[in-house]
Write a protein of this length. Structure first.
Length: 719
């Protein structure tokens, strides 16, 4: 293969010690090489050094044997597509594609020919005259990539281009990128922290950790032949079992056979099922072995009801350095039913994939399906999954089978909103949108776009536990049923911040006095950053503005946006550039790694991270005054659903002591029932927060408009 790009001992070091070190990497002509790693590992810095946006402190960058180390970006045969689309808002799609060609003084006929070809390739020929604000997120990203490709660079550089898109659109865009890349045979370097994205797109993957490349290989090599514990645990799920001094055995959850006993299998392990989660076509089991828990995937089966057992989070921390990774080749199918939750994990090779397990139908009650749609961060998904399991194991579960459809955060809430509004306007009936999670603010946006009849009132007589609900919604009474509260707080490292700010003014003064030590995520990618922006803007407005969708308030945003502009230069920097992390987890990662000392963060997300040990124990939470905005999360029944009685049964269950304790356990949620009914240890994370000071906004589509305004004035660079 022809080497297109070569990096030799490349380093980029910043004053604080961060950066990249000893990078030796080659990229072959026509391949997609993905740089994969967690936030803060240096992958974007590496990409920027290739593009010339960062000057290296050591080493060389070559393209086809030509040294381009000292060339500026505009003189390199590379084009970079950033996380933000950076489209010209006052130009049409056609004009955005044409802009770079004009700068290169290309003739008009040649420009038009190239653009027409690109629009056809992107499937956007009919959208040539539209403006960016008239396009969806996926369409905007297509234009951003098309604008790069129309210049026909030798190397295309992509910095997490799909991170703000919802899951379904991300998959579609990945497939489109693969098709375009194969058609043009363009060498591509792609940066992501999404393992699934890397596995799907890549010819090869370079895994990074702490500024260095730790392994390069094909997706299959990275997944099946990891060189160390870091790679093994970062790519997919992996279980580790100590096998002697300096050695561990490693196996994937899917590489498992469940057997009746260990007599015939010398490499079997006996364990007890702690928890089972139905994932659709398979079951995810947490199994307790002698001294640790492991995760395994089993075929869809009927499993006994198993009591919840606390899980240990210390497995990887106790693992010794990996010298020999023994990937156990095991059967994929269950061969017997389970008794009393007991399992044996057998390491077998060369065996059949046939299953002799039989599922039995044990209920004569006619069961109907009810689907709950939800979105948010991973901790919300974990909590809702446990709620689904608990409901299905309850008496009501015999009558209604609860299913979960979950969309991870990004622009996910808007995506679900678009789907439901579009389905309603199309006159669809009896869909599986039986029940959704929505906050006060989201409810206002739904009704603003789809009308008041987009939701239906719940029947109070069907929800006997309604008397337990102590929360009151600001809008949507009779429609919205509150089930948990949460708010954004200041999360800070108490080892570095001895006296945290108590007011908004103190916070802004602290940020300016401690440049580079504060970060907040882009407001469109997560609620913590959105709350920081909204609070800064709406603290200048009357109290009534926070619960109004009247566009008149947009005229009073100037002071708040000016404040945010003044803070921009004091934000966290990487490579000398201000960085606004993507998603709530992005800023959380910076705090966890000690790269910043303070962030706005969801109280529940922070508590779960502290409980899991993924944040230092020195991290504390505090409220400022006026408080950051938060959410009173509720359940609501769309009119286009098909199982209203089932939805009301789920609503009723959500107000039980069992469900509320699950929410506090998994999400450190603020319960809506009396706290005396809560036995979860996570109550300690809630005690210091004063619920009466929480502010729950309901501004409808103005929230999205404010995010766009922030992106225009701040996210794309303060002018």
């Amino acid at each position: 293969m022809t080497v297109k790009l070569a990096l030799h001992e490349v380093a980029k070091e910043y004053a604080n010690g961060d950066g990249i070190h000893h990078i030796n990497l080659t990229v072959n002509a026509g391949e997609i090489l993905t740089i994969l790693g967690p936030s803060g590992c240096g992958k974007s810095t590496l990409l920027r050094t290739i593009g010339g946006f960062e000057k290296v402190t050591a080493g060389t960058v070559q393209i086809e044997d030509q040294d381009i180390t000292d060339l500026p970006p505009e003189k390199r045969p590379t084009i970079m597509v950033f996380q933000g689309y950076n489209l010209w808002a006052r130009m049409t799609v056609y004009q955005n594609l044409e802009f770079g060609l004009k700068l290169r003084k290309m003739s008009k006929p040649e420009r038009h020919q190239r653009i027409d070809e690109m629009l056809t390739m992107l499937g956007m020929a009919e959208m040539a005259d539209k403006y960016p604000q008239q396009l969806s997120g996926g369409q905007q990203q297509r234009v951003a990539i098309g604008r790069a490709l129309v210049l026909r660079p030798e190397i295309l550089l992509l910095d997490e281009p799909y991170s703000a898109l919802d899951a379904k659109i991300r998959v579609q865009m990945r497939e489109e990128l693969i098709n375009i890349q194969r058609r043009l045979h363009i060498t591509t370097v792609f940066v992501t922290h999404d393992q699934e994205e890397a596995m799907m797109l890549s010819t090869r993957i370079a895994v990074m950790k702490a500024g260095e490349i730790v392994q390069v290989g094909t997706p299959s090599e990275i997944y099946n032949e990891p060189k160390n514990i870091y790679v093994a645990s970062f790519i997919g799920q992996m279980n580790f079992i100590d096998a002697g001094p300096q050695t561990v055995n490693a196996f994937r959850p899917e590489d498992v056979r469940i057997v009746a006993n260990t007599a015939d299998h010398t490499d079997a392990y006996q364990g007890t099922v702690q928890q089972s989660t139905q994932m659709g076509h398979y079951s995810q089991l947490t199994v307790r072995l002698k001294d640790r828990s492991v995760i395994l995937f089993a075929p869809r089966m009927r499993l006994p009801s198993i009591p919840k057992i606390p899980q240990s989070n210390s497995l990887l921390k106790k693992s010794k350095p990996l010298q020999r990774s023994k990937l156990m080749k095991l059967w994929h199918k269950a061969t017997v039913g389970l008794a009393a939750g007991a399992l044996f994990l057998a390491g077998l090779t060369g065996c059949s994939n046939q299953s002799s397990a039989n599922a039995k139908s044990g209920s004569s009650v006619k069961q109907t399906s009810v689907t709950l749609w939800a979105g948010g961060s991973q901790n919300v998904k974990d909590g809702m999954s446990k709620i689904v399991n608990a409901f299905n194991a309850s008496p009501e579960g015999k009558k209604y089978k609860l299913n979960l459809q979950f969309i991870l955060s990004g622009t996910s809430a808007a995506s679900l909103q678009d789907r439901i509004v579009a389905a309603q306007k199309a006159g669809q009936k009896k869909t599986n949108y039986d029940l959704i999670l929505a906050s006060d603010a989201e409810y206002a946006a739904y009704t603003q776009l789809g009308g008041k009849d987009i939701f239906q009132k719940y029947d109070k007589s069907a929800i006997s536990n309604l008397k337990n609900d102590k929360a009151t919604v600001g809008a949507g009474a009779g429609y919205l049923l509150p089930y948990r509260g949460t708010t954004v707080v200041l999360a800070y490292d108490s080892a570095k911040v001895k006296n945290p700010p108590k007011t908004d003014k103190e916070l802004y003064a602290w940020i300016k006095a401690n440049p580079g030590k504060f970060a907040y995520n882009t407001p469109e990618s997560g609620g913590a950053g959105a709350a920081f922006v909204q609070t800064a803007v709406y603290n200048y407005l009357p109290k009534a503005a926070l619960t109004s969708s009247d566009t008149k308030w947009t005229k009073q945003w100037t002071k708040g946006l000016t404040l945010l502009k003044s803070l921009d230069s004091a934000m966290y920097k990487s490579g000398g550039k201000v960085v606004y992390p993507n998603k709530n987890q992005g800023s959380m990662d910076l705090l966890a790694n000690g790269q910043v000392a303070m962030i706005p963060a969801w109280q529940d997300m922070t508590a779960v991270a502290l409980q899991a040990g993924t944040l230092p124990a020195t991290v504390k939470m505090t409220q400022i005054s006026p408080a950051f905005t938060g959410n009173l999360d509720s359940l609501v029944i769309p009119t286009i659903g098909s199982n209203k009685p089932g939805a009301e049964a789920v609503m009723n269950f959500m107000l039980t002591k069992q469900a509320q304790n699950i929410l506090v356990d998994t999400m450190a949620a603020i319960p809506v029932i009396d706290k005396s009914a809560i036995t979860s240890k996570n109550l300690k994370y809630i005690k210091g927060l004063n619920a009466k000071d929480f502010r729950f906004p309901s501004t409808g589509s103005l929230s999205a408009e404010l995010n766009k305004e922030w992106n225009s004035q701040i996210g794309n660079g303060v002018k």
